[in-house]
Design a protein around this ligand. Structure first.
Ligand SMILES: Nc1ncnc2c1ncn2[C@@H]1O[C@H](COP(=O)(O)OP(=O)(O)OP(=O)(O)O)[C@@H](O)[C@H]1O
Length: 630
């Protein structure tokens, strides 16, 4: 150890930003620093316990893993110490100078500068170690990797202002000690009662003793008083999921959620189950109240904490839930896997598949239960609905259960809020209606004003209005609900089933016949631009619309794939005309160039109304202007 080995290094830019923000926006919730430090200490002990399964010399003779908390009111310091895995010098630089989590830069971009909003966002992100600087002027970390030489210790010191120093030190114990020199206005945390209360609040459910010193006055035989200091465990120190449900309060469950999910917000719901029999496992699964910022990122954090017979094995074990339930947080503890299981083994082990299907069922049941409370379910849906919509495609076996959980906007409410279930829709179906109708568009407004809805509105038939990116994908895997086919109103022939009576159908056939000559002329003129021209009765206000063949890829999916640079199969729209519209009557009376012009304009407008793009917009504008001039 020599002074010249001391180095001063700068924080990564993102850390500086994060620190600045945290110190200013989390001011009203400062105590969480202790939760974060204890949480990290517990994780470090879990890691050591796991590594020591192979090599118990790593314990260095000290296998009673624990966290110790000390304070000094006069010096205004709080120290959190663990005998967990510890860190090497490189670990320290990597972990305490940068933000390793992917997506952080993205996260920081989302910050608005408004304190309240940002405080919420930062809560989702999980503040971790850096939260020390909310209460401390200076933080000193002394750490040594378990199993390394005494001289391989590292001391890291920072005032959180852009730099830290790092130097080698000699350390007797492995593990990590974090000492906070508290700010003058945070002196309250160097207080025994405050600390004890916080330890209980934040770490009762952790399977690790958190200890504080107890000072007792003792009278010796000679009558002299002396004080004896001993370590006393302050928390329950029992893994929460191993305790019987009856013993646990909602607050216990909530506190545990915050520990494992690094989230400030209470969860929306949870499900705690102990299963014995063919499969043996305990699971505790949570539905968070807010989506994490990386929910849609490929490399986003997902998965459960895996324990085998109470021994922590890994975080983010993704194999136990399907992707469409990636928002679920929680713990799975099982006897059905071996202690030396690895990510690679998890991918092949048949037990894992069984556990996955059992846990999937648990989550779907939990959501079903949550759906009985519409307001809370709506909170869930607004955050995670579009993820759940991936379900029917990914998990065919459960698609009916998932279908019951879906919520949509519909013409019944005409609101962008997706709060109507398929069962609600079926309950409102008109007499004679055999199908569930839906429409997919790029936005809610485009869907709501689509010409395809005209006949449905006139007849009072409800249509689901879909505008999430995933909707067409969802619908291509959901062909039926409750024995009723789901039908895209922009595809194929319009069939309203028995809602229309024979007379209406006859009248439609006759008006189609009467317009046959016009249809033929129009088809000839539009040529390759359309697959077909036909008369429709789906329109009441618009002169024309485009539809697709029943088996064609939908407009929305086509645009998404094109945008992603994927090849899309060639397909042409079918132009449908409204025989009762004055523009169609006018078209019928036109000849030559005037006919051509109006015909093309009708097709272009139908494409625009459906949300599509014109190949040659300038030509459209020219034609339209020519028509306007007359
Ligand atoms: N007591 C400790 N012992 C060993 N390593 C630690 C300890 N505290 C922190 N670390 C290391 O520093 C890293 C960063 O910690 P930090 O609390 O900032 O983030 P995190 O725990 O990974 O994530 P989160 O943001 O969810 O809290 C940890 O992942 C861990 O590797």
């Amino acid at each position: 150890m020599s002074a010249d080995q001391k180095e001063t290094l700068g924080f990564q830019t993102e850390v500086k930003q994060l620190l600045h923000l945290m110190i200013h926006s989390l001011y009203s919730n400062r105590e969480i620093f202790l939760r974060e430090l204890i949480s990290n200490a517990a994780d470090a002990c879990d890691k050591l316990r796991y590594r020591a399964l192979d090599d118990d010399s790593l314990f260095e003779g000290d296998s009673e893993l624990r966290v110790e908390i000390e304070f000094d009111a006069e010096a205004r310091t709080v120290t959190v110490r663990d005998n967990g895995i510890g860190m090497s010098r490189d670990d320290v630089i990597a972990n305490l100078g940068t933000i390793a989590r992917s997506g952080t830069a993205e996260f920081l971009k989302q910050l608005s500068g408004e304190q309240q909003k940002d405080a919420k966002l930062i809560g989702q992100f999980g503040v971790g170690f850096y939260s020390s600087f909310i209460v401390a002027d200076e933080v000193t970390v002394r750490t040594r990797l378990a199993g390394s030489e005494r001289s391989a210790g590292t001391q890291w010191v920072s005032r959180g202002e852009g730099e830290f120093t790092i130097e080698p030190i000699e350390l007797e114990r492995h593990g990590t000690e974090i000492r906070l020199a508290l700010k003058s206005d945070a002196a309250e945390f160097a207080d025994e009662y405050r600390l004890r209360a916080l330890v209980r609040k934040y770490s009762d459910h952790i399977d690790l003793p958190v200890q504080m010193q107890k000072v007792e006055e003792q009278e010796g035989e000679d009558g002299e008083k002396s004080s004896v200091v001993s370590w006393e465990t302050v928390n329950e120190a029992q893994a929460l999921w191993t305790r019987p449900k009856g013993e646990l309060s909602d607050d216990d469950y909530k506190a545990f959620y915050k520990h494992i999910a690094h989230d400030f917000t209470d969860p929306l719901s949870w499900s705690h189950n102990k299963v014995e029999g063919k499969l043996e496992y305990t699971s505790l699964l949570y539905v968070p109240a807010r989506a994490p910022f990386d929910l849609y990122q490929r490399e986003g954090v997902r998965g459960l904490k895996l324990y085998v017979q109470r021994v922590f094995i890994m975080d983010d074990a993704e194999q136990f839930l399907p992707l469409y339930l990636r928002f679920v947080k929680g713990v799975i503890d099982t006897r059905d896997l071996s202690l030396n299981v690895s990510r690679e083994i998890l991918q092949q082990d048949p037990q894992v598949e069984k556990l996955k299907s059992a846990l999937t069922k648990r989550v779907l049941d939990m959501l079903k239960k949550l759906a009985k409370e519409p307001e809370r379910y709506q909170e869930f849906w607004n955050q995670f609905g579009s993820v759940l919509k991936e379900g029917p495609a990914e998990d065919y076996a459960n698609r009916e259960k998932i279908a019951e959980l879906l919520r949509f906007s519909t013409t019944h409410t005409d609101s962008a809020v997706q709060d109507q279930s398929l069962a609600d829709y079926v309950g409102r179906m008109k007499e004679g209606q055999q199908k569930i109708y839906y429409l997919v568009a790029d936005s809610f407004n485009a869907a709501r004003h689509s010409p395809h809805l005209e006949i449905f509105r006139k007849k009072g038939i409800e249509v689901l209005l879909l505008s999430d990116r995933v909707d067409e994908w969802l619908m291509s895997h959901l062909s039926e609900f409750d024995g009723k086919a789901l039908v895209d109103v922009a595809k194929g022939d319009l069939d309203l089933g028995d809602v229309e009576d024979e007379e209406e159908k006859k009248a439609q056939e006759e008006s189609a016949k009467a317009k046959q000559a016009l249809v033929d002329r129009l088809k000839e003129q539009l040529g390759e631009r359309v697959a077909q021209v036909r008369v429709t009765h789906r329109l009441t206000d618009s002169p024309a619309c485009v539809v697709l063949d029943e088996h064609d890829m939908g407009f929305q999916m086509r645009r998404l794939m094109e945008a992603a640079g994927q090849p899309v199969p060639e397909s042409k729209p079918i132009l449908e005309i409204n025989p009762d519209h004055p523009l169609i009557a006018r078209l019928e009376g036109l000849e030559g160039e005037a006919f051509d012009r109006l015909g093309e304009v009708l097709l272009d407008q139908a494409i625009i109304a459906e949300g599509g793009q014109l190949d040659d917009p300038a030509a459209y504008v020219k034609r339209l202007n020519a028509l306007l001039v007359g």
